[in-house]
Design a protein around this ligand. Structure first.
Ligand SMILES: C[S@@+](CC[C@H](N)C(=O)[O-])C[C@H]1O[C@@H](n2cnc3c(N)ncnc32)[C@H](O)[C@@H]1O
Length: 220
């Protein structure tokens, strides 16, 4: 059933040979790697996959939950057509100036709308206003709220659109039989929910820290 055992060396090979990272993305990644919380960044192969999905789908509207230094938002902005709309949410504005510096350098800042505040509240407002819809949503913020985010994204993504969920393997902790950390329990619950959720088609990829693609079905 399984063909290959992935190790660090092979994963390094995948990134080195399988990803074309724009120079400004590389510079932003280097700038972010100076911070102690750098592990929060998606990996370049995750960025390349998300960017390719956007191109295949002709996506023009992207919602991101978890902006940090704006690296994943920049991958998407560079892969989407001019006049696309990228909305990125974060509770913290500490890294916003850095993100904006690189979005401007790449000439895409006009397309990116950062919203600072609790993501669940921003998402709830979008649902209540009933004016927003997205082709792709990316969940990459507070792990304890992933189920909540997922349910809200299902309301905000169009039929046929994709919800991308990061950290579904939680650095291997997902295999724990009696997890002590609450967010691991939540992720186990979400993965179980997704497996049987007839509202979506799914594919869990062992890329980065594990990433699930959930495509919203047009009909149930
Ligand atoms: C993993 S990082 C995002 C990384 C980013 N997607 C990338 O790869 O370039 C998660 C971010 O979620 C934010 N966050 C955590 N809890 C949040 C909440 N309740 N609402 C909004 N953002 C939150 C954090 O401040 C952090 O910047």
């Amino acid at each position: 059933m399984f063909k290959i055992e992935l190790n660090q060396e092979l994963l390094k090979y995948c990134v080195e040979h399988g990803v074309r990272e724009n120079i400004i993305l590389e510079q932003l990644r280097d700038a972010t790697y100076k911070f102690s919380n750098r592990q929060m960044l998606i990996t370049p192969d995750q960025g390349a996959l998300m960017a390719m999905l956007a191109r295949i789908m002709n996506a023009t509207r992207f919602l991101e939950i978890g902006m940090f230094t704006g690296y994943s938002a920049l991958w998407m902005a560079l892969s989407m057509p001019q006049h696309s709309h990228i909305t990125t949410l974060d509770i913290n504005d500490k890294y916003l100036p850095l993100a904006q510096e690189y979005w401007e350098k790449a000439g895409v800042s006009e397309n990116i709308n950062p919203i600072i505040g609790k993501a669940s509240e921003t998402l709830q407002k979008m649902i209540s206003n009933n004016t927003e819809y997205f082709d792709i949503a990316f969940i990459d913020a507070n792990k304890s709220q992933y189920i909540e985010y997922y349910e809200m994204c299902l309301q905000l993504v169009r039929p046929g659109g994709i919800i991308i969920i990061d950290n579904v393997l939680m650095y291997g902790q997902i295999l724990e039989t009696e997890p002590r950390k609450n967010y691991v329990k939540i992720l186990q619950k979400l993965n179980k929910l997704l497996k049987d959720d007839q509202r979506v088609d799914i594919c869990l990829l062992p890329i980065g820290d594990g990433m699930t693609l959930a495509q919203k079905r047009s009909f149930n």
